[in-house]
Design a protein around this ligand. Sequence first.
Ligand SMILES: Cc1ncc(COP(=O)(O)O)c(C=O)c1O
Length: 466
Amino acid sequence: MTASDKNLKNDTISPDQVQYWDQEHLIHPWSDLTDDPPEMTQISSADGIYLIDGHGNKLIDGPGGMWCVNIGYGRREMADAIADQVMKMTYSSPWFTTNETSALLGKKISDKAPGDLNNVFFTNGGSDAVDTALRFVQYRNNIMGRPQKKTILCREKGYHGSSYLAASVSGTGREHDRRFMDTHRDLVSMLPNINPYLRPKGTSLEEWCDAKIKDMEDRIISVGAENIGCFIAEPVLASGGVIIPPPGYHKRTRELCRKYDIVYISDEIVTAFGRMGHWFASEAVFGIQPDIITCAKGLTSGYVPMGAAIISDSLFKGFDHIDGSHPFTNGYTYSGHPVAARAALTNMEIMEREGIMEHVREISPYFQDRLRQIGDKYDIIGDARGMGLLGCLEGLASTSASEEARLRIDSHFGQMMDEACEKRGLLVRPIINMCVFSPPLIITRDEIDKLFDILEEAIIEVQNTI
Ligand SMILES: Cc1ncc(COP(=O)(O)O)c(C=O)c1O
């Protein structure tokens, strides 16, 4: 009998036992499978913006799950709606049937989405929403007699998911991915990093924007617009380190797509459903109407998995003149799953009733103020950037720092911040030399203070240990 079997007989399972099973039996995303599995923080319960770890410690959930728990944890109303739907009708095949819950959700999302984005394809999560959008563009060009129009324009530091195709158009983590994970590079044309923080000294934001637009137009010309199917872009590059494109960038990339007949896909998997104070950020925040929007995460606030690709009416123009059968052979057993759809509808009702969009618009300037103050105050912070309820701190070694200190900051600043924050009651998400945070949208001003007070204490500790 192994240690794990023995404890199965106990009513209560100890944190050590969970740790053991985890390390013996679970493979976590993005882990190094050649190493012994590391110990991970164990979460045993959650409420509001807080997580409780296996030892009973209360932690502010800085990352909001993975940018997803928008309405916060432990909502009885969500549990009741999900349970009710399970009892009423757990499942109906999206191939042969429809049902009230998913049809109503399709209508509700179309009502909230900008312009003529009225056609919703439901998925299990974000990666397959991205796959669906990209495959729809391929399908459309195939049936419209231009099968060569396939290249996907995407960007360094963009993240679009972990399916083969979504990973192929992602530019984050390429330092790891490129070496050990295959991707479909032939389909992809990757544009250089647009992060304004990287612009050479003396370059204005306007000049940086001009340069990035030129990069894109030059690429379109060199690949040939007749060979390019779409451009996929997050409004804010979240996993790449909360990169905010320079002002005007979105409108100008949108114009380029119109000029060259390239479908514009806005990947709003992080930014939709309130993160920027609006249902969708593309139009309300950045003034553009994409051809397709992908969403997931905040759609159900992480209570159950669900994603969607929302496609404009315009992209269907001309379809009715095409003779014969042309099935769009893309679909998932759980497309429009009634339980997930009910969770999404209830999540949206809660957001409306509680005025969560208005709350985010009201509270985020304060969040951003505190973030910027940190950037100004500590030498070790190279950049403190964010928008809405998204934030990132990027570490930077001073010019007088030793080689060793520089290396530690460049490769471990995020990890060091994570450890220093966690012991003070805050989880952040470490990304190499950065840490990012996107708390549940219900966070109050006092809780924002608490979050940033802990971040400041952690920065001081990290600064002193370098
Ligand atoms: C912008 C963006 N697109 C796509 C995805 C992939 O979503 P999922 O992990 O639900 O497949 C993510 C996940 O973080 C994301 O941030």
